[in-house]
Unconditional design. Structure first.
Length: 364
């Protein structure tokens, strides 16, 4: 598939300034020559695999129903309005993974996966909202999308054991997507897609880490490095005698500032990169005679410039190398094919680190 086709035809800077996490955007003809790289039959075949994360959602007069995979061929012989969804198809089909090229202007460590769905006419997954940014790429057929209000944890849901669907839905905007169209939906916005014809949709999700997880990782990293005998100093906070039994505002400020200052002093900058690259899919190390290497589709790799040093993260692991390696890291994360010589020239430990962390695959 020509790389020139894998670029959304819109103004990226304007999108970041006016739409990203603010409001939805319909991009008509974003991929004018692009068509679904897999067929409904191939997607159904993938849903039969034990390793695939698949779901089948149907709606009939009796309400909504969900069945989780692995599915069987008999599951598709039904008469209700149904939709098949398979997560992580980018890890199975290289042509699907190539869609990520369209969104290289966004933080790649936020990218989650490409979910592909096939729906019969009138099929859909119901009114809902997501907690992550999603780009809905129409692969084939037509689907009508209705957008609603902003939602949060207090938004009423229907009572269902398996599905998290909204109890009420009021349409504020409505669009019909055809092959090559893209709809961006920010986190928290209600949306509801219904197939007007049998169709396939590719959902590119960008998840943000939870603040609770970030705080836990930051403090865990600090606790690994802190001196257990370090005690709170309170010379300034006890300058004025307190009332009996009182914790004064000065005591509280002193303790809080001590924690803040200690966390900052012990911060090596690695907690974010290690967290967001965890749980990547690992590949076996490439064979020693490999001459062409690239990132494994399911690997999570990122880098971070810290002065004259550079942190490299691969599937939760960390390597500290000189900042002179940034160019090769940027090429690698952009999907370029590199030789072992290029990686070794950037830093002697880089090739071994990426190989042993399961981030590289051989193309020969």
């Amino acid at each position: 598939m020509p790389e020139s086709l894998l670029t959304f035809e819109f103004n990226e800077q304007a999108f970041l300034a006016s739409y990203w996490q603010r409001r939805p955007l319909l991009i008509k003809g974003a991929l004018p020559n692009w068509r679904s790289p897999i067929t409904p039959e191939e997607l159904a075949g993938l849903a039969l695999e034990e390793e695939a994360d698949s779901r089948l959602i149907g709606k009939s007069n009796s309400g909504w129903a969900l069945k989780r995979g692995p599915l069987s061929p008999l599951d598709f012989q039904r008469t209700d309005d149904w939709t098949l969804l398979v997560n992580g198809v980018d890890q199975w089909v290289p042509e699907v993974a190539a869609l990520k090229q369209c969104l290289r202007f966004l933080p790649q460590w936020r990218f989650d996966d490409v979910m592909v769905s096939y729906a019969v006419t009138e099929g859909g997954v119901g009114p809902h909202f997501d907690r992550y940014d999603v780009f809905l790429v129409q692969g084939s057929g037509r689907r009508k999308w209705r957008l609603g209000e902003w939602c949060d944890d207090d938004t009423p849901r229907i009572e269902h054991d398996d599905l998290n669907l909204l109890q009420n839905f009021e349409t504020s905007e409505e669009y019909v997507l055809e092959a090559g169209d893209v709809l961006y939906v920010p986190p928290g916005m209600a949306h509801w897609g219904v197939a007007e014809t049998p169709c396939m949709t590719y959902s590119l999700g960008f998840r943000a880490p939870a603040i609770a997880a970030l705080l836990a990782r930051w403090t865990d990293k600090a606790l690994e490095r802190i001196d257990p005998d370090l005690l709170l100093e309170d010379r300034a906070s006890v300058a004025k005698p307190p009332r009996s039994g009182e914790i004064t505002a000065a005591h509280w400020d002193n303790a809080r500032n001590a924690i803040k200052n200690t966390l900052e002093a012990l911060d090596d900058g690695s907690w974010l990169g290690e967290l967001v690259t965890e749980h990547g899919e690992c590949a076996p190390p490439p064979h020693q005679q490999a001459n062409a290497l690239c990132l494994h589709t399911g690997a999570r790799v990122a880098w971070q410039a810290l002065g004259d040093q550079c942190n490299v993260y691969a599937n939760g692991e960390l390597l500290l190398i000189p900042s002179s390696a940034q160019t090769i890291l940027e090429r690698l994360c952009s999907g370029d094919t590199l030789t072992p010589h290029e990686l070794n020239a950037a830093h002697p430990e880089l090739l071994g680190f990426l190989s042993m962390s399961g981030a590289l695959v051989s193309l020969d």
